[in-house]
Design a protein around this ligand. Sequence first.
Ligand code: ADP
Ligand code: 5GP
Length: 202
Amino acid sequence: MPRKGIALVLSAPSGTGKTTLTKRLLTQFPHFGYSISCTTRSPRAGEQDGRDYHFISVAEFEKRRAEGYFAEWAEVHGNYYGTPLTPVRRMLESGQDLLFDIDVQGAAQLKLTLSDAVFAFILPPSMTELENRLRKRGTDSEETIQRRLENARGELLEARWYDALIVNDDLDLAYDSLRALYLAATLAPSCNPDLLNTVLAR
Ligand code: ADP
Ligand code: 5GP
């Protein structure tokens, strides 16, 4: 029976393991769509335009923002990030589940526009471990690492209003929690608007 698409919104301080968890979820549930954001930051090694992000200039971002192109946008670590609105609406309406990898400011905007969305905040087990993971990833300069750690403290303070807090200490346990949250969301009445009437009519 067709149901509505689920908007699963994931936020986490950079380096927590959100990309790792997202890849697992997309491997187990390949039907999941992924909201590809626009960003003004430069691609990291291995990142592909149109797959990981749409990499665009500041001028192009500002033009699109003025045209109402974004469902939400934010400035994170000195770069702009935004979620294109039209593909999101189209996919959710057609029953496509969607994963959003966005920061706390963007998530707060989406909570207003997508009332049925499910919001999960991924936490590092400690600030020390977060610093270790940022270093291990090896993609950021020392200055960037320090800025990301500082931002992480502010982001954690915003996590209280999320639907779920998932600590990414043991990766398998964190993944089980994320998967459970997603599967529970598929059972919500708001996600299955025709179910009761269909059963009553049979
Ligand atoms: P994010 O997308 O949140 O910035 P990544 O998924 O890139 O984070 O993970 C940052 C680093 O931490 C990577 O090197 C990744 O392999 C590692 N990592 C992710 N989850 C765990 C975990 N549960 N335990 C130890 N290391 C982890
Ligand atoms: P990164 O540069 O490490 O890929 O992402 C940095 C931060 O930007 C992360 O917290 C990520 O969730 C956030 N981000 C990525 N895309 C978007 C988006 O479209 N909107 C918002 N608000 N944040 C985003």
